[in-house]
Design a protein around this ligand. Structure first.
Ligand code: CP
Length: 350
């Protein structure tokens, strides 16, 4: 069987953050994802990773990510191998080693590189000790030592495959997203969630020339490096990037809205000298009125509703909004995870 030219076209590259790639490269990933989607729906075989193995190391739980990677590798005729950090010697940064309980990431990455063809990792929150940026550092450490591609399945700064799925959903609706108003807003949750999704959302939106509006209460600022990268994207790709502290102002005239919880960073290192989860929950409990409901949707330009999942119904969003299939992209986003991941894996592991 002759394989498409895109198989192996980015061979060996790590996929840690969408902003490590150019817009042309991301657009090529989307073209490949659409080709694979068409083949999947038509039941055309795609054995592009026959005999290849992806190791999946989950420090955190997952529905969409685990199952879409595992199903995706199967559909590409490869094998996805699930690894729980508790069942191996936990791969750990040098400063946290415990004899015979942990193993250095440098060693784990080099061992797994000899058995397979890719290493995918998810790590944030408790697993990254709530020290903002530490989860990403773990994945960078894997990338430093691995001789096969490392894939970021969500850390505490970035969720690049979610961003790919999201921009695929947006560009299915608006083939040229430039100039469309894309609102990435805080929404209340009783749980503590990482910065990864909102940060990857604003990065991909600005890369595609959208008018990106980031809305959050004071205290929910994103990382300065991400804000700077968004402004650089605007300078390079057009569009705009603004920040507001009011949900209603943000939603007015929006084409796409993405209301999603994340945690107030001031309660965590390096912004605080200790991890203060109780303080963070107490603070975010002040913002229970940041919920996406039909009143807010009525302010928009018939916007599409977006959320990466899992959505906290009754907190981040009302049921009538998320379940309104005339404008909710919730399940399209979830499905797209399968297609974009198969695209990237075919390109970097093929
Ligand atoms: N969106 C997302 O990553 O979902 P899971 O946490 O279920 O993997």
């Amino acid at each position: 069987m002759e394989f498409p030219r895109y198989v192996g076209s980015m061979r060996g590259r790590h996929f840690l953050n969408t902003n490590d790639f150019t817009r042309d490269e991301i657009e090529e990933v989307l073209r490949v994802a659409r080709d694979l989607r068409e083949k999947y729906r038509s039941r055309v075989p795609t054995p592009y990773l026959s005999g290849k193995t992806l190791f999946m190391l989950f420090y955190n739980r997952s529905l969409r990510t685990r199952n879409s990677f595992e199903a995706g590798m199967f559909q590409l005729a490869g094998h996805a191998h699930f690894l729980s950090p508790q069942d191996v010697y936990t791969p750990t940064l040098p400063e946290d080693m415990i004899p015979y309980q942990t193993e250095s990431i440098a060693d784990v990455a080099r061992v797994l590189s000899r058995y397979g063809d890719g290493i995918a990792i998810r790590i944030y929150g408790d697993a990254a000790k709530w020290h903002i940026g530490r989860g990403h550092r773990v994945i960078q450490e894997f990338a430093k030592w691995s001789s096969v591609p490392v894939l970021n399945m969500e850390d505490d700064l970035y969720h690049p495959f979610q961003a790919l799925a999201d921009i695929m959903a947006i560009s299915d609706v608006a083939p040229n997203p430039s100039g469309k108003k894309f609102v990435v807003s805080y929404a209340y949750s009783g749980g503590l969630k990482p910065l990864a999704v909102p940060q990857s959302c604003v990065l991909i939106g600005t890369m595609f020339g959208m008018d990106v509006v980031l809305a959050h209460p004071k205290g929910f600022e994103l990382e300065e490096g991400v804000m700077r990268a968004c402004r650089e994207n605007v300078a390079r790709y057009g569009g705009s990037f603004t920040v507001v502290n009011d949900l209603r102002t943000a939603f007015e005239g929006a084409d796409f809205v993405y209301p999603k919880a994340w945690s107030p960073r001031a309660f965590f290192p390096p912004y605080n000298n200790r991890v203060d989860k109780e303080g963070a929950v107490e603070y975010q409990n002040r913002f229970k009125d940041w919920i996406c409901n039909q009143d807010l949707m009525d302010l928009t330009n018939r916007a599409k509703y977006m959320h990466c999942g899992p959505a906290d119904r009754g907190q981040e969003v009302t049921d009538d909004v998320i379940d309104n299939m005339s404008y909710s992209l919730y399940f399209e986003q979830a499905e797209n995870r399968l297609h974009v991941q198969k695209a990237v894996m075919s390109m970097v592991m093929g």
